[in-house]
Ligand binder design. Structure first.
Ligand code: ARG
Length: 462
């Protein structure tokens, strides 16, 4: 097969070289964007009188036919044609003859691939935003159902203070919110047109870059041709946003694994979203959560892969940049799969609220409330902390519950203690009192649920 660069070469490319250098096996996924970009380019070339209106029309019609063929699965991708750009251009030449050769005027594959990637990532970012939104809504629906479910909140993996299950779930919604913000911010930098940079230096043709930007809905055009063909910051940014998002999903996954253990028994996994062990009949494994956690490693790896590819690259375009795509595509597929399955699984999880409540109440989780009670009676916090600590130590050594101590026993620790301490030691009371903004009181959590629902509704309409 004659290559588009064949003029400079005496012999043909070896098969090994072809299979080593090809990218069509993965960049074919960009076909829609490659065609969209080429159509805009052809329109601009005609508008500027660089090619005739006639040629431009034939090019555009041909490209649309090719799009239909690819869409319908009738297009034959060829490995000897290296990449998506050359596959489409060659097919175009077969359809419309010589005019096809004019499409690549004032353009190079270097600015073409940068354009395709930006168009593709713009769509993917929007998909990502709506998937996160949907997942937040799922979490919010579950949270709304558990406005009265108490659970132990943990620090250092030790029971710390009672919290509402809904409050705990809202924490993930907040994280996902920031994730969306990051993707939105990255989108601003993705949405800049690189086309017109040519191979590296710009072009001698009187092109109109703003016109193409308008046709393709870009906010602006890039301002340095060397940077335009060698910049992959937007890919790196997307992959870091994705890594942070995966980290959040992984923490949720870890809690699902933990909570489903015999030791915790906070949740029961739905049969449809668990697997058995081929060796141990009693087991029901949280494989989905484990895999979400595990796949996080891959997503981090993909970020590191592109960072490493880029770090030593001299300006401008180098073929190394072709290696950005497998990592990027893998991250996108992985994220979508994780968000989809978590979104399906979570509503089916049964929360063992009785067990959560018991666990929250049988420890010393109201100790901080007792310390705060003593502060309100006039003690400095540090002193109150010490007295409460001694109280807890006493209970541990005598194997007693705090709320079962008599008033006489309690007074031994501080004369400030009186009967009004008993309600303080109830976990419901402890919760109710946490009314500070962002705290776990039912009043505040209900307010947060309302606030989030309003935000999500607005975002859904956008
Ligand atoms: N397959 C290449 C990539 O992904 C497309 C650009 C190739 N440009 C070139 N001059 N070989 O980056």
């Amino acid at each position: 097969m004659k290559k588009p660069w064949g003029g400079r070469f005496k012999t043909s490319t070896s098969k090994t070289t072809e299979s080593f250098t090809e990218s069509i096996s993965f960049d074919r996924r960009l076909w829609r964007y490659d065609i969209e970009g080429s159509i805009a380019h052809a329109k601009m070339l005609a508008k500027q009188g660089i090619i005739s209106e006639d040629d431009s029309k034939r090019i555009i019609e041909g490209l649309k036919e090719i799009a239909n063929e690819i869409e319908g699965g009738r297009f034959k991708f060829r490995f000897d044609l290296e990449d998506i750009h050359m596959n489409i251009e060659t097919a175009l030449a077969k359809k419309i003859g010589d005019a096809a050769g004019k499409l690549h005027t004032a353009r190079s594959r270097n600015d073409q691939i940068a354009l395709d990637l930006r168009l593709y990532l713009r769509d993917e970012s929007k998909d990502m935003l709506s998937l996160i939104n949907r997942f937040q809504k799922t979490l919010l629906d579950i949270a709304s159902k558990h406005i009265n479910s108490l659970m132990p909140g943990y620090t250092h993996m030790q029971r710390a203070q009672p919290v509402l299950l809904s409050h705990h779930l809202l924490a993930y919604i907040e994280m996902l919110h920031r994730d969306k913000d990051r993707f939105k911010d990255t989108l601003k930098r993705i949405n800049i047109l690189p086309l017109g940079a040519g191979a590296i230096a710009g072009t001698t043709f009187p092109i109109d870059r703003m016109y193409i930007a308008k046709l393709l809905n870009f906010d602006d055009v890039t301002q340095n041709s060397i940077d335009s063909v060698s910049d992959r910051d937007f890919v790196i940014e997307f992959l870091s946003d994705a890594s942070i998002l995966m980290m959040h999903l992984s923490r949720l996954a870890e809690e699902i694994v933990l909570w489903s253990t015999e030791e915790f028994r906070f949740i029961q996994l739905p049969d449809a979203f668990a697997t058995g062990s081929s060796a141990m009949p009693q087991k029901k494994n949280p494989d989905i959560a484990e895999l979400v956690r595990g796949k996080t490693g891959r997503v981090y790896g993909n970020l590191f892969s592109i960072l490493t590819v880029m770090k030593g690259l001299p300006l401008s375009y180098n073929r190394d940049l072709q290696e950005d795509k497998p990592s990027l595509f893998d991250t996108i597929d992985t994220l979508k799969a994780c968000l989809n399955i978590l979104n399906e699984m979570l509503p089916e999880i049964k929360f063992n609220t009785k067990r959560m409540y018991e666990t929250a109440s049988d420890g010393y989780s109201t100790a901080t409330d007792i310390a705060e009670y003593l502060v309100k009676k006039g003690l400095p916090f540090r002193k109150a902390h010490e007295i409460t600590g001694k109280l807890v130590l006493h209970c541990i050594s005598k194997n007693r519950r705090l709320d079962k101590l008599t008033i006489k026993e309690l007074k031994k620790f501080s004369p400030l203690i009186s009967d009004d301490i008993y309600p303080i030691m109830k976990i419901e009371k402890s919760l109710e009192e946490k009314r500070s903004t962002g705290g776990t009181s039912p009043v505040e959590v209900k307010r947060q649920i309302k606030r989030i629902r309003r935000i999500l509704d607005i975002e859904n309409k956008q």
